[in-house]
Design a protein around this ligand. Sequence first.
Ligand code: ZN
Length: 381
Amino acid sequence: MSHFDITRAQAKAWSILARSFNAGRVASTYLFYGREGLGDWSLAVEFAALLNCEKPVPDAEEPTISYPCGECPPCRSVRGLNYEGLHFVVPIRKHKKDDEAIDLTNEILEQKRKEPLRLLDNTAATNIPINLAREVRKNLTRRGSEGVTRVVVFYQMEKMRTSSADALLKLIEEPPQDTVIILTTARSEDLLPTIQSRSQKIRLNRPPEQMTIDYLQSEYGLSETQARLVTRISGGVPGVALELAGEVDSEDSSRRGVGLLLFKSLFAESGARVVSQMTELINYTDRGQVKDILSLWQSLIRDCALHAATGEEDDLVNVDYTPEIKRLSPRFADSSVAAAMASEIKNTLADLELNVHIQAALVALALKLRCAVEAPARNTA
Ligand SMILES: [Zn+2]
């Protein structure tokens, strides 16, 4: 059970939601926007709990804000994701039959029960299935049970096809009684303008860093130093920090973990940030560590290029990093990327044998690798 207090982590969003509830002015459609991992799922669930709670608890200092009690039957079943009035439509991978769609949706609910902050697996292409969206809409035309405020969450709207969005639009235009629709997205500007204009937008922000640090320590057993480091590298996004946490948890694997973290940074961060992370994570006086990291990068490049070319996972060297490799492999679709990266690393490894200044050599390497990674993106743009 998660101990990440989302009402505190997203205090501003919560105050808007809770105030509208207390004033009896709950909107029929909300649009939660902000990057994945900031807690949109938990926020939707907690709001659903408040809407159905038997005894909401007012804030001690700010009575216009309240919280779900967490103990009444509706609160419990909402948080357990098995409340009759709570529905989720989530992006799932390609499937043939409708019951498969239900199984895949249930898998995601199960993951979210365990850790609502965890990012959805995006190694395979997923989208919000139109059939489930239609099904939900049909259900909502029936009357709900007495006293139940139904909450329907369309999670990650950016994964919804336009045809499905049309079906959703009808729902938003004629909202059923006692129903609140919550849409979430990382990119609100991509949604149909009609959807945007009919929803109340709620922006999610980065939670206070210390909350994520405390959470990683209490729930994932990280040391204070590890937790702080991971939180910083995640850019303050708790869901991303959780993913990284798994990589630094044991002392044995920490060197490998550091190597992987930095490798991933090359694809996600600016050159300046990669360099500052390297300075933080690498001991430049330890030539052995530096060589290990570069060798790891070489084998990760081979794995990513192999996966990009064949789609196979069986021949990967870094089996333990299969999900990361699958996630990065699209960046290697252009085979010149792997070639350019590999040759830069090879040159740097040779330089290291010549007693060059290690830090300077690595900084130069990181910047060259960043260029190699960005090159195909520039060409197609
Ligand atoms: Zn309650």
